[in-house]
Design a protein around this ligand. Structure first.
Ligand code: NIG
Ligand code: FE
Length: 380
């Protein structure tokens, strides 16, 4: 059964070999992309959908999100918007609420956020634990996450929970907690930041995760300069996330490694902080991803389009660089080749926009521009 999507205004493919095609068409077959090209060359198919000049993009790949939590941090947000700084200390508020919540409530909330994302065109999402911070609470967070995505990340090292000393907690995370969580996780992550985990602790936990067969990713250089980015590059992490405060050595390390810089402008927006300098990274040859960081504290948005508009306006990215980072870049950050682009053999995950091209995502910020979402070749 083949479906021809015809009448595409501008197709952004995400495929570096042929990124944009005007007056394009796509053929979907068995949940995959079977053909991509200009409409006048399109082969015949069993059914035809005419999108009447609308733009098409790959489904967004949101490579950084914290969706398993309970509770609310409205009060903290209000305080920040009246001038209080963000410190990350509020994570413990969410930990308390998450531990209190039952499994069905936590699972339903996470599923609700995944569905909210899907409706906005996000067809691949990474989900972290990190609001449990005990062996059982982290394990159950990851069990919930693994029911929603293949991209699950063990973030036991989010902060040291109340009532524990840092050394014993690091031992617990790298030992018993990792053992309980690894069967549900693809990745291990550490919040490497003053007030969370230092360089040595980060290395120890990432090394344990790598030994257990997980891939590494790091929350790095969000609130200030520090060793996170360099450790991520040294250990071959898939991605260093935030990258807001970078030295020249950090930029060089990223440029000469396979580590993607994942920028999360929703966090700077919601914490009223200066944005990372995407231009500096791109000009140095670093692969950049954009993600939402969806979480109740620092960035409670599930909208990739919003992040893309922020990246264009505030981070000196061009509209093309921003859509690339939100699709192809996210896939690189998750080391995936089956999503993030529309090329033969890739998953048929795509968004038909209510606009002629992806440029409108930043040009018309805040406007819902999702006309249709296809996920695994099926219309939502
Ligand atoms: O990526 N930086 C650490 N973790 C989250 C924030 C979590 C929170 O404030 O609840 C982040 O911004
Ligand atoms: Fe985060």
């Amino acid at each position: 059964m083949t479906t021809l999507i015809d009448g595409i205004g501008l197709l952004y493919t995400g495929d570096p070999e042929r990124e944009e095609i005007a007056d394009a068409a796509l053929v979907l077959e068995d949940g995959l992309i079977a053909w991509v090209g200009p409409a006048f060359e399109a082969p015949a198919a069993d059914t035809r959908v005419d999108v009447a000049g609308r733009g098409v993009i790959p489904g967004y790949v949101d490579s950084h999100a914290h969706l398993v939590f309970a509770g609310d941090r409205t009060a903290e947000f209000k305080a920040r918007m009246s001038g209080r700084p963000y410190t990350g200390g509020g994570i413990r508020t969410t930990v308390a609420a998450t531990r209190q919540a039952g499994y069905p409530e936590l699972a339903a909330r996470a599923r609700g956020l995944v569905n909210e994302m899907l409706a906005q065109g996000t067809t691949t999402v990474e989900i972290k634990s990190g609001y449990g911070l005990s062996v059982e609470d982290e394990r159950r967070s990851l069990e919930i996450a693994s029911g929603l995505t293949d991209e699950t990340t063990f973030l036991g090292a989010h902060v040291v929970p109340a009532g524990m000393d840092a050394d014993s907690y690091v031992r617990l995370v790298a030992g018993e907690m990792l053992d309980a969580c690894a069967p549900y996780a693809k990745w291990v992550d550490v919040f490497c930041e003053r007030g969370a985990f230092d360089g040595d602790q980060t290395r120890e936990i990432l090394a344990a995760g790598l030994k257990a067969g997980l891939g590494a990713r790091v929350h790095a250089n969000q609130l200030g300069e520090g060793p996170g980015v360099r450790i991520a590059c040294e250990l071959g992490a898939a991605s260093a996330d935030h990258c807001t405060h970078l030295t020249t050595a950090d930029v060089d390390a990223l440029a000469s490694s396979g580590t993607v810089a994942t920028l999360l402008p929703g966090a700077e927006f919601s914490t009223r902080s200066p944005y990372p300098d995407a231009r500096r990274l791109i000009d140095a040859g670093v692969t950049v991803a954009l993600a939402t960081d969806c979480n109740p504290g620092s960035s409670f948005t599930s909208s990739m389009a919003f992040c893309l508009a922020l990246a264009v306006r505030e981070m000196r990215m061009t509209p093309l660089e921003a859509i690339r980072a939100a699709t192809y870049g996210g896939a690189r950050a998750l080391r995936r080749t089956d999503v993030g682009w529309l090329r033969r053999g890739a998953r048929a995950d795509l968004v038909v926009l209510d606009a002629p091209s992806y440029v409108h995502l930043a040009y018309r910020p805040g406007v819902p521009l999702v006309h249709q979402v296809f996920h695994h070749g099926l219309l939502l």
